[in-house]
Design a protein around this ligand. Sequence first.
Ligand SMILES: NC(=O)c1ccc[n+]([C@@H]2O[C@H](COP(=O)([O-])OP(=O)(O)OC[C@H]3O[C@@H](n4cnc5c(N)ncnc54)[C@H](OP(=O)(O)O)[C@@H]3O)[C@@H](O)[C@H]2O)c1
Length: 353
Amino acid sequence: MSAAKKPTLAVVGATGAVGTVMLGILSERADVWGEIRLIASPRSAGRKLTVRGEQVEVIALSEEAFEGVDIAMFDVPDEVSAQWAPIAAAKGAVAVDNSGAFRMDPDVPLVVPEVNAHAARVRPRGIISNPNCTTLSMIVALGALHAEFGLSELIVSSYQAVSGSGKEGIDTLRDQVAKVAGTDLGSQPGDVRRAVGDLGPYPAPIAFNVVPFAGSLKEDGWSSEELKVRNESRKILGLPDLRVTATCVRVPVITTHSLTVHARFENEVTVAGAHEILSTAPGVVLCDNPAEGEFPTPADVVGTDPTWVGRVRRSLDDPKALELFVCGDNLRKGAALNTAQIAEVVAAELAAA
Ligand SMILES: NC(=O)c1ccc[n+]([C@@H]2O[C@H](COP(=O)([O-])OP(=O)(O)OC[C@H]3O[C@@H](n4cnc5c(N)ncnc54)[C@H](OP(=O)(O)O)[C@@H]3O)[C@@H](O)[C@H]2O)c1
């Protein structure tokens, strides 16, 4: 790419839940891009979507679609990324992948710009991975605390929004709420289950319920989401032996994941020290005044970019541990925003080359 030319960006999966938010983010952020090419499945070819205030026609995914592309974002299912990100890379693009296909590949960096932007420069396969939305919803705040206190253990529970399951999750919650809202169902076992009928992508009703399972079942009863939180936190923070225990729960929220976090450190911590770090860390907002009812909730955080942190307490039994409540928009920082930030880091690198 010549230094004068602005890079060409491809958004693969432009019609999906993450892709839709991506187009909004690309329209809001400083415009570093030349052409923005929108790609999806053949089902969507010919549709027109708005980006940067202009209507752009969606084209079907193909090898030719990557002709002249400098950076290709992938917001598509794992199997589509697994097949097509290497093709984009072979065509000369840097692929920034939002799926789970490459996250734990040792030759693919897993990047959160506020925590490990340097890792994006070393990409032997021409692919950079974006972490999963649950890890991303907490890791910016934890990275800042780790830099000061040295993290030694994490115990987290997630409260995950349905948009984390894509359009199908959103449609399922809306449909189930419409069936149950206004009824007096909920006082007898099974009555919500009978009323909602179709469970969509979930193993239990998601309307008026919480579901203590997210992802697929892995060894020894762990879910894929729980293992992602463990493995990806370790990789991003560069702490391969970090003790991490996660329990992932799906809740009837459309967008914004929340987590309770028990974070143990090498050194003693204070709430005042944690407040100081969290109130100045880039990408973090401290919202912690319970006496005034001030703490983050998904209803207030949705549509915003930062990681919001509240309910900061020092563990009553352990002077080295903090308890936190963290919220992050899973479609923005948890997916599209982080991908856009990575792409901007690469664009700046290409421009400087
Ligand atoms: N939702 C989240 O919170 C979140 C967070 C982080 C990461 N992610 C990851 O981001 C990716 C996208 O998730 P999503 O929630 O946006 O999913 P989604 O709403 O189901 O959208 C999927 C997108 O992929 C496209 N697609 C599907 N099959 C294709 C194919 N064979 N060829 C070309 N395009 C194809 C779809 O195009 P059509 O419209 O044409 O079918 C659509 O644009 C997934 O890997 C997901 O795990 C999601």
